[in-house]
Ligand binder design. Structure first.
Ligand code: APR
Length: 233
């Protein structure tokens, strides 16, 4: 089986009703990213940050995977698929994708504020009440915090992601502005024979020497076109 790797961003979940970050009306227009998505912001005002993620977590119960997520999962029958996602929602999981690397954490999980990557402290929040309150403790006695990689923090999952991308026969980038590193740098780890596709309705800055096939459509329509292309290869 050929290795098929997806690199997805917020645009993958846009058709499910989850705001992207940098489109007009995006999340970073409504909230100062430094205040709600950086380690400094959390240390300055942890309650504000807890509220921000509690709101985003509450929204998850009312959104569902879209056709794009479902088509990504459907390719697991013909390829060895790895989904490397910058998204913290669980829509790839809910669509049936099994091999997922979350580069920026997971909204439905919480962890230690003393050592966020201590796996013994990472817990899944209850679906019926996925709220973290100040005073809730992690296993190590520290304040429980969102299991999210904030700006200013390390991205421990980048190494396994690089390993998968470097083995990819096909890389499909969906719904990311390629603004944020190290995630955006993954494209440079593809080997020369890797076919790279980009699914995004807008132009996205990428290295022109990579020979990328840009399907200028949304995630669902773009994945339909990609599946047709893959059937012919
Ligand atoms: N289908 C596919 N792509 C879409 C759609 C759609 N329906 N709608 C918008 N897009 C594209 C936009 O054109 C844009 O290129 O999705 C991309 C969204 O870019 P961003 O909002 O920057 O999101 P992303 O690239 O995932 O951000 C990366 O930044 O703030 C951090 O941690 C956060 O993981 C996030 C990271």
């Amino acid at each position: 089986m050929k290795n098929l790797v997806f690199l997805t961003g917020a645009g993958m979940s846009a058709e499910s009703g989850i705001s992207t970050f940098r489109d007009s009306g995006g999340l970073w227009e409504q909230y100062p990213v430094e205040a709600v998505a950086s380690i400094q912001g959390y240390e300055r005002n942890p309650q504000l940050v807890q509220n921000f993620y509690n709101q985003r977590r509450a929204q998850l119960s009312s959104v569902h995977p879209n056709e794009g997520h479902r088509l990504v999962a459907s390719l697991q029958d013909q390829y060895h698929v790895t989904v490397v996602t910058q998204n913290v929602d669980d829509l790839h999981e809910r669509a049936g994708s099994r091999n997922i690397i979350h580069l920026h954490g997971e909204l439905m999980k919480a962890t230690s504020s003393r050592n966020p990557n201590d796996t013994s402290c990472i817990v899944t929040l209850p679906k019926e009440n996925p709220i973290i309150k100040m005073g809730d403790k992690a296993k190590d006695g520290s304040q429980l915090r969102p299991f999210i990689v904030w700006f200013g923090e390390s991205v421990p999952m980048i190494e396994p992601a690089i390993a998968e991308v470097s083995k990819a026969d096909i890389l499909v980038v969906i719904g990311t502005s390629l603004n944020v590193y190290p995630a955006a740098g993954l494209l440079n780890f593809t080997n020369p024979h890797c076919q790279i596709y980009l699914i995004d309705p807008k132009q996205v800055p990428y290295n022109p020497t990579l020979g990328i096939h840009h399907i200028m459509k949304g995630a669902s329509e773009g994945m339909k076109e990609l599946c047709d292309i893959l059937k012919k290869t």
